[in-house]
Design a protein around this ligand. Structure first.
Ligand SMILES: Cc1cc2nc3c(=O)[nH]c(=O)nc-3n(C[C@H](O)[C@H](O)[C@H](O)COP(=O)(O)OP(=O)(O)OC[C@H]3O[C@@H](n4cnc5c(N)ncnc54)[C@H](O)[C@@H]3O)c2cc1C
Length: 429
């Protein structure tokens, strides 16, 4: 368990240790979404308890999560609002351009914003983002971290939620709050215990991820090349300490090929990379371990239940084809924060059904639209054969030539469409 949580429990005398430790909100899950949620609520003066079964050192290790995420410009505003953007900036690489191709055939779409509009987003390594969020949470007087800790029992009663933690501590601690937020990822136990129904299916894809160095600079460009066997993305990263140009690779391959591709020797893997990329960045060299992720879709039929709200992958999970999964979760965080803070101002109990219903309405449709669009895109670009390829290139050509359509796609890529919570505009609620 981390020092903040230990300090709280250590201060309790033996006599009152059976009393629950009270907070305004309990969050289960200290991943990227759970910690951002905790910091957003704490920034509004709410006391937050965060529980995760993982050791914080493991969560911050690049071997645990070697992915690099694209955070769109609207989501980045959350980090501005909670005061972390300055700390994150030296590690992020702006995305100034997105280029999309159907295989390596001619007929690309480019998204290049006006200079005054700023970058489309920022690429940042998950383990660095996780570390900076964790350090901010551990140093925040309004946040108590319980890590590693297992929930043995969680009861969502009419008036409060109580959660019992197992013996990672001297005694089993009991926490209580009016609201429980589940940020416990794809396999969310809280979602399943609440009986929230899920639509779920697997794609026949695994993503092989790694970082590479290359000879030519990437010009802060994100390249997405669609092959029928799966999309291949080259995403810009900051040059490393010795000035080598770097990019992150997210390569979707048929599921059966994932393990072999992750294991073939580095030289053979690099040769495959050169074939897929067409070599326009010069010689590519592996610069990290490779990892594979089986890809699937899941979508919950509702984001709330009695005194419970789901955020991030606990509520929805999509194909990384458009790099939007984490962004959807950050939108959940911003919207839920606004609903809870507005509710508190009007004197509502933080777990009040009205607050939760507003959150569910706000995020339900937006999540569904993005999830459905991503699913359609995945299927459309996965169709083999010349005819589907010709249709795709025809569609891309129309987007490329039609200014308003392009602007619309660019607004989506930036995360600026729809009814934006205030934190996505960089303001605290
Ligand atoms: C290959 C790939 C590339 C991606 N790239 C992008 C991208 O570029 N941009 C983007 O926006 N999204 C991207 N995504 C999606 C993004 O990574 C996820 O949406 C995001 O990481 C989800 O974060 P989370 O905090 O909701 O869940 P998780 O990261 O799964 O965190 C859940 C946390 O809960 C804890 N937990 C779980 N169960 C329990 C329990 N019972 N008790 C205690 N703790 C528990 C876990 O230990 C963990 O710390 C990508 C996904 C993949 C697979």
């Amino acid at each position: 368990m981390t020092s903040t949580g230990t300090a709280n429990i250590g201060k309790d005398s033996a006599a009152n240790r059976t009393d629950p430790i009270r907070s305004d909100v309990i969050i289960l899950g200290a991943g990227l979404i759970g910690l951002t949620q905790a910091l957003a609520l704490a920034a509004h003066g709410l006391r937050v308890a965060v529980i995760d079964r993982a050791d914080p050192e493991v969560l911050k290790d690049a071997k645990h999560d070697g992915r690099v995420s694209s955070i769109n410009s609207a989501s980045w505003n959350i980090f501005e609002a909670i005061g972390l953007a300055e700390k994150l900036e030296p590690h992020g690489c702006n995305i100034d351009k997105i280029l999309i191709n159907d295989s390596l055939k001619p007929g690309k779409v480019d998204f290049i914003p006006d200079e005054d509009d700023g970058p489309l987003g920022v690429m940042i390594q998950n383990n660095i983002l996780q570390r900076i969020l964790f350090e901010a949470a551990a140093g925040n007087g309004m946040i108590d971290l319980y890590m590693p800790a297992q929930v043995t029992e969680a009861e969502r009663g009419e008036y409060q939620v109580t959660v019992c933690l197992d013996g990672t501590m001297e005694i089993g601690a009991q926490l209580a709050a009016p609201l429980l937020i589940a940020a416990d990822g794809r396999g969310s136990r809280m979602r399943d215990e609440a009986g929230i129904i899920m639509a779920t299916w697997q794609y026949d894809h695994s993503a092989v991820i790694c970082t590479v160095t290359h000879e030519q600079p990437h010009g802060n460009t994100a390249y997405e090349i669609f092959y029928p066997s799966g999309p291949f993305a080259i995403l810009p990263m900051r040059d490393d300490g010795s000035g080598q140009h770097r990019s992150a690779i997210v390569w979707s391959v048929p599921r059966k090929d994932g393990p072999a591709l992750a294991k073939i020797n580095a030289r053979a893997f690099e040769a495959e990379l050169m074939k897929k990329s067409g070599g326009f960045l010069g010689q590519m060299k592996l610069h990290s371990d490779r990892a594979t992720y089986p890809l699937g879709f899941h979508h919950s039929d509702g984001l709330v239940s009695q005194r419970l709200a789901l955020v991030g992958d606990a509520g929805h999970g999509i194909h990384p084809i458009a790099g939007q999964g984490l962004n959807l979760g950050l939108r959940d965080v911003a919207a839920l924060t606004e609903c809870v803070v507005d509710g508190a101002r009007t004197g509502l109990d933080l777990g009040d059904a009205q607050i939760l219903a507003r959150y569910d309405r706000w995020r339900g449709l937006d999540n569904l639209m993005m999830s459905a669009a991503t699913d359609i895109l995945t299927r459309l670009f996965g169709m083999p054969g010349d005819a589907p390829s010709a249709i795709r290139r025809f569609g891309m050509d129309i987007v490329q030539r039609t200014g308003p359509l392009k602007d619309r796609f660019m607004a989506e890529a930036r995360g600026e469409s729809g009814d934006l919570p205030k934190m996505l505009m960089g303001d605290l609620v």
